[in-house]
Design a protein around this ligand. Structure first.
Ligand code: ATP
Ligand code: MG
Length: 353
């Protein structure tokens, strides 16, 4: 298989971890005789420093012309202390999502047995958890009309959804459910919200096209509770932008560390694959960031954008084996981890390879 992959390491630990996601893709190309070619581009703070623009045209053009994008992270502490800065790294991310038409954010909550102890929840509740979230990215209260009274006494955010926005992500989620254990849970607040009633309507309609998938509808409040009470209950979870934002962060705690979770943003064009963590400047440049989220992002790319399920599994298995052998980065160690098995970014990446 021949593919052009664009690598955008971005800022902070993005620079350190993304090279290991890329290395995993190169290894797969070598093992399976695929022809992957790589190009690199800048985005975020590094791009602002170099060009004044968080998403230079050159990066955007390369992105549009590639088959998939492996992204690191963007951000810099200097903007946190300067909320009024006009040019900001995040603008690059919002723009590239819009330009590439990315409407579905996919986040697998994959729990490795070896890390049961690293999670915030009880191992007995967690063992075997494997959830795939589909969070809508383009609609909802984030993008509706916003108002604020001049005297500060009132504010509003309009929550809105169009039928087509719900339908296109529902189709993606049902397709995924069909390839997994054929269970899909759609999360909404249809007892209170009109947008949720539309959501549920459309999901029910789409579900008729997938009679082999068992569909359940759950209210967001109940889902938030069930997620920590009985996470194994979920397989594919389909939800709107706001609910998905909150639920996926809640669910990330199941996996033990931000350094373990990958995500994909997909739409009709080029897919975008990245760790869920950010630029983490507190640990940048110290060779301690966990590279596994980037490596697992590479696996997601192979599966979702290229349909290479076996190759993706090879990467996931290599991560599992490395953890089984006992190797840990500092974010996933516990008191019983032997000192010799605590590795830096580069050594951990090399072990997985
Ligand atoms: P951003 O502003 O770009 O989101 P951040 O400084 O908020 O970056 P995050 O990446 O969101 O940082 O992560 C929060 C904290 O979790 C970090 O400060 C870091 O200590 C830890 N962390 C995040 N990713 C990793 C990783 N890959 N390996 C180890 N620790 C991590
Ligand atoms: Mg953050």
């Amino acid at each position: 298989m021949k593919k052009n992959i664009l690598v955008i390491p971005g800022d902070g630990i993005g620079q350190e971890v993304t090279k290991w996601g890329k290395a995993a893709l190169e290894k797969i190309a070598e093992l399976y005789s695929h022809q992957f070619s790589f190009d690199e581009a800048i985005m975020g703070h590094v791009a602002i420093e170099a060009t004044g623009d968080p998403l230079p045209d050159e990066t955007l053009n390369k992105a549009k012309n590639s088959d998939a994008i492996l992204f690191g992270a963007i951000g810099h502490a200097k903007y946190d202390n300067d909320p009024s800065a006009k040019v900001r790294p995040e603008q690059g991310l919002l723009k590239i999502r819009k330009e590439l038409g990315l409407y579905a954010n996919i986040r697998p909550i994959l729990l490795f047995d070896e890390l049961l102890e690293a999670s915030s929840l009880k191992p007995a509740i967690l063992k075997g958890t494997d959830i795939l979230f589909f969070r809508e990215l383009t609609g909802d209260v984030y993008f509706g009309e916003k108002t604020k009274a001049d005297d500060g006494s009132y504010a509003s955010d309009l929550m809105n959804y169009h039928r087509y926005e719900v339908e296109r992500i529902a189709v993606k989620a049902f397709e995924a459910a069909r390839m997994r254990s054929k269970r899909l849970c759609s999360v909404d607040k249809a007892n209170v919200l009109e947008t949720s009633r539309l959501w549920r309507d459309v999901v029910q309609e789409v579900s008729k096209r997938y009679p082999d998938v068992e569909t359940e509808h759950m209210f967001i409040d109940n889902a938030a509770m069930q997620l920590v009470k009985n996470p194994r209950k979920f397989d594919v979870v389909l939800t709107a932008n706001l609910f998905g934002d909150i639920l996926t962060d809640e669910a990330s705690q199941i996996a033990g560390s931000m350094g373990m979770l990958a995500s994909a943003s997909i739409g009709d064009g080029t897919g975008f694959f990245e760790p869920i963590h950010g630029s983490a400047h507190d640990i940048a440049g110290k060779n301690i960031a966990n590279p596994l989220a980037s490596i697992l992002s590479a696996a997601l790319m192979l599966e979702i954008s290229f349909g290479l399920k076996e190759e993706a599994k090879v990467i996931t298995n290599a991560v599992a084996d490395t953890l089984k052998t006992g190797y840990r980065t500092t974010d996933i160690t516990n008191t019983s981890t032997a000192q010799d098995y605590i590795l830096g970014t580069a050594d951990m990446g090399a072990k997985v390879l």
